[in-house]
Ligand binder design. Structure first.
Ligand SMILES: CC(C)(COP(=O)(O)OP(=O)(O)OC[C@H]1O[C@@H](n2cnc3c(N)ncnc32)[C@H](O)[C@@H]1OP(=O)(O)O)[C@@H](O)C(=O)NCCC(=O)NCCS
Length: 179
């Protein structure tokens, strides 16, 4: 059965330890280019434009709101509790057949502080509550993300072809959350 917007609205703001997950808002746009637009972050994200400018951020924020309203995806900004400083982003893409594809990035200055582990746990809890099988694809060379996924209970199921921002097809590892 399709998920209604009212049901999804229960997943607007989520507690994630020292961070909070909340829907993207227009005021996030100026912060996005320096965070997700840093090549050391962007290089691992197949769908994120590069170079990344503020109009890309405004488009993304609008688009994420539309996907949420349609019940197609839940995208959250990860912000520091108390200050609302933007740290990173995380999304559950709600595909067909009861699947939920996890994607995420953390701004370079905030990496390796446990923020994403907490955000992933919160997002996976949403997938479970929606009765969805969580999955992810990751570049086999992306040691940080692979370690995080295995740490969160994902298991390797095989490989998939994925299309990059510039239209190339590359091989990613395909993982599912064990349950
Ligand atoms: C992957 C990424 C989101 C991790 O974010 P983070 O906030 O630094 O992650 P955390 O601090 O919560 O780390 C959780 C665990 O992930 C693993 N990890 C994170 N960074 C790592 C690194 N550089 N090398 C190896 N393992 C790493 C570790 O197991 C870590 O636990 P530990 O610190 O107790 O050893 C971040 O490196 C990033 O944004 N990378 C670029 C974008 C990207 O790869 N997105 C995913 C595409 S599939």
């Amino acid at each position: 059965m399709p998920i209604t917007a009212a049901e999804l609205s229960a997943f607007g703001r989520l507690d994630a330890g020292a961070a909070l997950l909340r829907p993207w808002q227009a005021s996030d746009a100026p912060q996005l280019p320096t965070l997700v637009g840093d090549w050391r972050v962007a290089r691992w994200l197949i769908a994120v434009p590069f170079p990344y400018v503020e109009s890309d951020a405004r488009f993304w924020i609008r688009h994420s709101g539309q996907l949420r309203a349609a019940g197609d995806a839940l995208g959250w900004a990860i912000v520091r509790k108390g200050g609302d400083a933007l740290l990173g982003g995380i999304e559950l893409r709600l595909g067909a057949e009861g699947r939920a594809e996890l994607g995420y990035w953390m701004g370079l200055p905030y990496q390796r502080r446990g923020y994403m582990r907490a955000a992933v746990i919160a997002a996976l809890d949403v997938a479970t509550r929606l009765g969805r099988q969580a999955e992810a694809t990751v570049d086999p060379l992306n040691a940080a993300s692979r370690a995080l996924l295995f740490d969160a209970g994902f298991v390797l199921r095989g490989q998939r072809m994925v299309r990059t921002r510039d239209g190339r097809e590359i091989i990613h590892d395909f993982l599912e959350k064990d349950r």
